[in-house]
Structures are given as structure tokens and as C-alpha cells.
Design a protein around this ligand. Structure first.
Ligand code: PEP
Ligand code: MG
Length: 312
């Protein structure tokens, strides 16, 4: 008979001294559920809903959206499921949601929440489908908005979510202005979720799609770590959902910076779980401080590793 007790490779995420850090999956839709469950995801930290909307002339109907969202919610009874509302524009253009004018720099254009201010009905329908999908399921549905830069945008999104009857509305922190002024945004949101992919794109003014610029996109840049520290400072629950969380040493650093959950590509979950289970919260905090004191990504990683002895 196999021992069914949870091990570091399968149980809930926690540090060696018992500090809980839920380990969640980034998914693009129901087709990713099997791999998320297989790798022990405790829930979903980022459901990128735009895949449901791509390559279509019209948005999916209320019923079609409800069915897709319900399938995900039902896979995680009692667990958190964080759904990001449509992040259209820039690298994810949609035929039925054109920006108001020509955009020479689409990454700096009308994308994410900005596009919803132009097309509020699309957001209202999506939130309604989510509220309907959650009925009768036990998952803890949380919705969040991409590309929030100001308290005004955060308040508008929270009001839309409330109107749809959704109990928890958060915002993504992926624009430096939002991280710098996280304290002003905290009263307008139930939680933060840091999108490290876009946060590094906008911090370094380096297009995330251009391969000659990949050196800017390592999460070990101390400038990025400083912005994450500013985001956790107000004390709102703060998840990390960009690719940064998939690096086990970085997952420890993010925990040390105050992240309250980590979401990643599902195949990265087991090693991250193990790395956390082998280090205490004070070790993670010391690693985070050492990384932030360093001037370069290389030295940040090296100095963090001196506090994380179990990382090879
Ligand atoms: C991010 O920007 O880090 C993020 C998680 O969102 P996406 O990669 O979908 O823009
Ligand atoms: Mg993003």
C-alpha cells in the first residue's frame, strides 16, 4: 500500500518552518487542467482567458464562456481559482476589439483594462459568465484585471465586479507606476498579482517578444525585485503569476519578499515545492535582502544562493 501522506513533491506549498505559500498553476483553459492536477497545483493563480477569444469574429457567447469557466472551477473544489479577465491588445490583438486609433507601439497602447474602458459590455458579459459559472461550485473564484496603472482604473474594475456579484476582485501589478504606488491601489483591490513578464518589459523598456532583449527579462534584476518589494509592502495578499515563480531559487526569494502565493507553468510546480520545503522563511528573507543589495542579476542570484543551501 502506498503511503498517502503528502510529501514535498505533492503536498501543499510551505517552507521548512511551516510558512504556507499556496502553489498554483498558470493555465490557458480547460485543456491545461490535466497537467496542472498531475503536478499537484493547489488551484489556479492565472487563468488567461484570452485563448477563448482568439481567432474569432465575435466574442464567445455567455453560455460558451460559462461552460469553459465552470470546467476550471470544478477541477479545484475548495481551491482558489484566479481568473484574469480578457487581456486583449498588444501581443494579443482581437478582431472584434480594435483599438480606437492606429497604434505605432501596441504594447504601450489600448490594451487590457484600457480596452475595456472602450468596450465595457464585453467585460460585463465576461464577469456575468464567471458569476454564473461559480454558482454551485465550491472553488474560491477571484477575478483580476490586467494592466492597471491607476486607482481610478482599479476602482472602476472593482465596481464592475461587484455589480456582477463577484466577491473578490484584484488587480495585476505589471506596470511600474502600479508597483511604485501600490499603497494607493491597495484600498481599491482585494488582492494583487504581480505579472513579472510585463513588469520587466515596462521596467526595462524592453519588448518581451524580441529575442535580442532577453537579458532584460531575467527576474533576478534588482530593479524588478525592488518593485515587487514595494508591491508587497502594503500587506495586501500578493501572488506572483509571471514566469519568475518557475525558477525555484527565485520562488524562495519571492517568498522572502512577501509573496503570499506563487503561480507558474504547472511542470515547474514539483521542484518549486521541494525548494520551498527545504528552506525556512528567514532563509528566504535573507536571500531576498541579499539579492536586493546586489547591483546586477548575476550577483543577485549568487548572493541569494548563499542563503539557500539546498539549491544546487
Ligand atoms: C505577466 O505579464 O507577467 C503575466 C502573467 O501576464 P501575460 O504573460 O499573460 O501578459
Ligand atoms: Mg501581462
Amino acid at each position: 500500500v502506498r503511503d498517502a501522506r503528502p510529501t514535498a513533491a505533492t503536498g501543499p506549498g510551505r517552507t521548512a518552518d511551516g510558512h504556507r505559500v499556496p502553489l498554483l498553476a498558470n493555465i490557458g483553459g480547460p485543456r491545461d487542467l490535466a497537467v496542472a492536477l498531475e503536478h499537484g497545483a493547489e488551484g489556479v493563480g492565472l487563468y488567461r482567458t484570452e485563448f477563448l477569444f482568439l481567432d474569432r469574429e465575435e466574442p464567445p457567447s455567455l453560455d460558451e464562456q460559462e461552460a469553459a469557466y465552470r470546467e476550471v472551477l470544478e477541477a479545484f473544489p475548495g481551491g482558489p481559482v484566479v481568473v484574469r479577465v480578457l487581456d486583449a491588445g498588444a501581443d494579443k490583438p482581437l478582431a472584434f476589439l480594435p483599438p480606437t486609433g492606429a497604434e505605432p507601439n501596441p504594447a504601450l497602447g489600448e490594451r487590457g483594462i484600457r480596452l475595456f474602458r472602450t468596450y465595457p459590455d464585453i467585460l460585463a458579459t465576461q464577469l456575468k459568465a464567471l458569476a454564473r459559472a461559480a454558482r454551485g461550485t465550491t472553488a474560491c473564484l477571484q477575478v483580476m484585471a490586467p494592466m492597471i496603472a491607476t486607482p481610478d482604473e482599479a476602482e472602476w474594475f472593482a465596481a464592475m465586479a461587484r455589480e456582477a456579484g463577484l466577491p473578490s476582485a484584484g488587480i495585476m501589478i505589471e506596470i511600474p507606476a502600479a508597483a511604485l504606488r501600490a499603497a494607493d491601489l491597495a484600498p481599491c483591490a482585494d488582492f494583487f498579482s504581480v505579472g513579472t513578464n510585463d513588469l520587466s518589459q515596462y521596467t526595462f523598456a524592453a519588448d518581451r517578444q524580441l529575442s535580442p532583449l532577453t537579458a532584460y527579462h531575467t527576474p533576478w534584476h534588482p530593479a524588478l525585485l525592488d518593485l515587487i518589494a514595494l508591491t508587497t509592502a502594503p500587506g495586501l495578499p500578493t501572488g506572483i503569476c509571471g514566469e519568475a515563480a518557475a525558477d525555484p531559487a527565485m520562488a524562495c526569494v519571492l517568498t522572502g519578499l512577501g509573496a503570499t502565493s506563487l503561480s507558474m507553468t504547472p511542470t515547474a510546480l514539483p521542484w518549486t515545492r521541494t525548494a520551498l520545503s527545504l528552506h525556512t522563511l528567514p532563509q528566504c528573507q535573507a536571500a531576498a535582502q541579499a539579492a536586493r543589495r546586489s547591483p546586477t542579476p548575476e550577483s543577485a542570484r549568487q548572493s541569494a544562493l548563499t542563503h539557500l543551501p539546498a539549491i544546487p
